[in-house]
Design a protein around this ligand. Structure first.
Ligand code: SAH
Length: 341
């Protein structure tokens, strides 16, 4: 992965790069536009460049993936299997709505967290993605829909805070090069000791979503193995400090599993602990995953749970995931390899 690629480079970096190749500085600006607005996959396509230079540079990697497979769900959500340079396959999801196009990006190939209800962790962990491999996912979905991407959620495969540097680089590139407002970017984490504080130091305007999933330490440990090393109260106090440092509220993600964490008593316990906090709870009814034996609660218990939170003054949204019939919904993404690679 040490080979340089053009994607995710900033305008000044591209200007220096073209100059190193003996080209005038203004070609850097043209290149920036062709990479991020026109979405070229090869320098050969930059028709404003001199033919001789294009021919010479045609093999220089831009850093774009190949769409290996695409599946469209009945709600128009599209799931992509993208093939990276080393043959690995990652999953990316494009979620259209009337006013938005949201991309759900992966940050790692596989995931080492092994949460009990999530398909991604069942396949193990391969490697972190580079910033350009994250930016590529957004450009690929924009190209396929023929539409500007308005929002990006870092909720695909992987744990973003394990790959913090590359994730932050991709945030900066998506913001400055692709032109997506930081407030339209959401980084989702299971929560790792020290990492929330480290993210806060970057002073980004992104939204932080914390996958809390439980109202106490005992239940959380059952669902999220890494919670054993991160006491519930410590996680909450790190979240409080994050709000203080960045001035941004936190979203808590709470996957609802029938008979496990979905009673009104659980809702009240959670509300007690996060009261007075600048936050919002997203309740996500469980999506079926082959290797897990959980069940989605009935619509009535989903409602009782969210009503109980609301009654205690907590802002709640129930989010039924999109893309369920294409295995593109939350928790259903998994890594795979092409045969022979
Ligand atoms: N590792 C990060 C990023 C992945 S986000 C994190 O945990 O936040 C994926 C989101 O989908 C998380 O909130 C996760 O808990 C949720 N999820 C995972 N499996 C799911 C399932 N089977 N049904 C519904 N949501 C699920």
């Amino acid at each position: 992965m040490s080979q340089q690629v053009l994607l995710s480079k900033s305008l000044p970096e591209l200007v220096s790069w073209v100059q190193e190749q003996g080209q005038p500085a203004y070609r850097g600006k043209q290149l920036h536009q062709w990479i991020y607005s026109k979405g070229i996959h090869s320098l050969d396509s930059v028709t404003v460049f001199p033919k001789q230079w294009r021919d010479k540079m045609s093999d220089y990697p831009v850093g774009r993936s190949i769409v290996h497979h695409r599946q469209i769900a009945s709600d128009k959500t599209r799931k992509y299997l993208l093939q990276l340079k080393d043959g690995s396959i990652i999953e990316t999801v494009g979620i259209p709505s009337s006013k938005r196009l949201t991309v759900c990006v992966s940050t790692q190939i596989g995931c080492p967290m092994a949460c009990d209800f999530c398909a991604t962790g069942k396949g193990g962990f391969e490697r972190n993605l580079q910033a350009y491999e994250i930016v590529d996912q957004v450009l690929t979905v924009a190209e396929d829909f023929g539409q500007r991407v308005s929002n990006v959620v870092f909720m695909g495969m992987g744990e973003p805070l394990i790959n913090l540097e590359q994730v932050v680089d991709s945030v900066i590139s998506l913001n400055q090069n692709v032109g997506i407002g930081q407030r339209n970017l959401t980084i989702s984490t299971v929560g790792l000791p020290k990492k929330i504080a480290e993210l806060a130091q970057y002073q980004l305007q992104v939204t932080l979503a914390v996958s809390i999933h439980a109202s106490n330490q005992a239940i959380r440990e059952q669902l999220v193995p890494s919670a054993k090393h991160y006491p519930f109260n410590e996680l909450l106090s790190d979240c409080r400090n994050y709000v203080k440092t960045t001035g941004r509220r936190i979203s808590f993600e709470y996957i609802l599993l029938a008979g496990v964490n979905d009673s009104t008593a659980h809702a009240q316990e959670l509300a007690q602990k996060i009261k007075g906090f600048q936050c919002h709870v997203n309740v996500i009814p469980y999506n079926p995953v082959q290797e897990a034996s959980y069940r989605r609660p009935s619509p009535d218990s989903v409602k009782s749970f969210s009503d109980a939170l609301e009654k205690m003054g907590i802002a709640v949204t129930v989010r039924y995931s999109r893309g369920l019939d294409a295995d593109a919904a939350c928790g259903q993404l998994r890594a795979s390899r092409l045969p022979g690679t």
